[in-house]
Design a protein around this ligand. Structure first.
Ligand SMILES: *Cc1c(COP(=O)(O)O)cnc(C)c1O
Length: 380
């Protein structure tokens, strides 16, 4: 890609479309797909990604706040949007007016929303959440039926969904099974009570791979849509890797190259001291772009298809890497932070490991300063 940027991300829309197609294939035509696009579509750019997903078969969007919901509305009308977080009391009016489906964890929340909806003479669709072990939102399984019964009686509300969220689907089969059983208990009680709820859902990306028995009639993938597998201690997902293509690559440039002598120190705090004569490149990216400081002295980048290690502390706008083994490295040359170059690849998961974190945080840490450039057949 021809660019004069200093640090940028390239998003491959064809990869995203392919990832969604695999998810569709996996769950079959009858199950709905809620694509999670919170945090600017995991750092990929909400506007472009929402447009692509609307054209590629998403049924519902999942967001973390009302600004994200209204951004989706500006791209295209008609798609249901579920707010995955708790609605704040002062957000309820906007949510009802914008037809954002609310997550309900308690009768207090349901009552407050019912009052707002009644006042506005609207019907607010809600998804009741059951806390089977994540501990974030939701009613306890033993209280869920009562909450659903009472919520169903409230004016201005319609229960559109019932859901739960796994805490450790990629790592802990036993805990996931217990969560599934808790949720199924609630579903059975609701059915027995003669209450019909259209959408039942539990599976995030990891559960989509490891807990197919709790697919119900809707799945909620985030990370997988972007082409990254949630790796964990459960069953090997390596065989699936060929079906997914990471949509995002992240690049910067070589700004300056120099030789240093044995004993020279590099960057703030002088945490790196050269054990020998070396060649060092100064890159045009730093933690101000979201390249985490935790990767200091650990992370690697690609230059000329070769892995080059980060030396010393990552700074706000610049990062130093070891290019001793490369010939003819020059200012202006491209360096890859995430992505492929001449057949060598650094994944978001690998960068996450160097930084002691997870790919979700790596992606959402990429800041506003990094332009997102789109390629693929739907780029505009
Ligand atoms: C973020 C989120 C998801 C998506 O999680 P992934 O692990 O990225 O697939 C699904 N459901 C809820 C409630 C979430 O908050």
């Amino acid at each position: 890609m021809n660019t004069s940027y200093r640090c940028w991300a390239e998003v491959d829309l064809d990869a995203l479309r392919g990832n969604l197609a695999w998810i569709r294939h996996r769950v079959g035509p009858k199950v709905k797909i809620l694509t999670v696009v919170k945090a600017d579509a995991y750092g990929h750019g909400l506007k472009q990604i929402a447009a692509l997903l609307m054209q590629s078969g998403t049924d519902i969007f999942g967001v973390a706040n009302l600004a994200e919901a209204s951004a989706i509305r500006r791209v295209g009308k008609g798609w249901p949007v579920l707010m995955l977080g708790a609605l704040l009391p002062d957000e309820m009016e906007t949510a009802v007016k914008d037809h954002v489906r609310a997550t309900i964890s308690s009768l207090d929340e349901a009552t407050a929303l019912s009052r707002v909806a009644t006042r506005l003479q609207k019907i607010a669709s809600v998804h009741v959440k059951v806390d089977t072990g994540m501990g974030r939102l939701g009613a306890r399984p033993k209280d869920a039926l009562e909450l659903i019964r009472s919520t169903a009686q409230l004016p201005g509300l319609a229960i559109d969904g019932l859901y739960t969220h796994y805490a450790s689907a990629e790592d802990d089969a036993a805990f996931s099974k217990a969560q599934a059983e808790g949720f199924e208990g609630v579903i059975n009680a609701v059915t027995k009570a003669g209450i019909q709820i259209p959408l039942i859902h539990a599976n995030n990306s990891a559960a989509l791979l490891h807990q197919p028995e709790t697919t119900f009639n809707l799945v909620r993938p985030g990370l997988l849509v972007y082409g990254i597998l949630p790796e964990g201690q459960r069953a090997d997902v390596a065989a699936l890797r060929k079906f997914f293509h990471p949509a995002l690559s992240w690049k910067c440039r070589v700004g300056f190259v120099k030789e240093i002598r044995k004993g020279d120190s590099l960057s703030y705090g002088r945490t790196f001291v050269a054990p020998r004569k070396m060649k060092v490149a100064t890159l045009t990216a730093g933690y101000g772009d979201g390249y985490l400081r935790a990767g200091s002295n650990r992370a690697e980048v690609l230059i000329q298809g070769r892995r080059c290690k980060v030396l010393g502390r990552v700074t706000m706008d610049q990062t130093l890497v070891d290019v001793t083994k490369l010939d003819n490295v020059a200012a202006g040359e491209e360096a890859v932070l995430i992505g492929s170059q001449h057949g060598e690849t650094i994944s978001a998961a690998e960068l996450a490991q160097w930084c002691g974190t997870i790919p979700w945080e790596i992606l959402t840490a990429i800041t506003y300063r990094v332009p997102r450039l789109y390629r693929g057949s739907q780029a505009s």
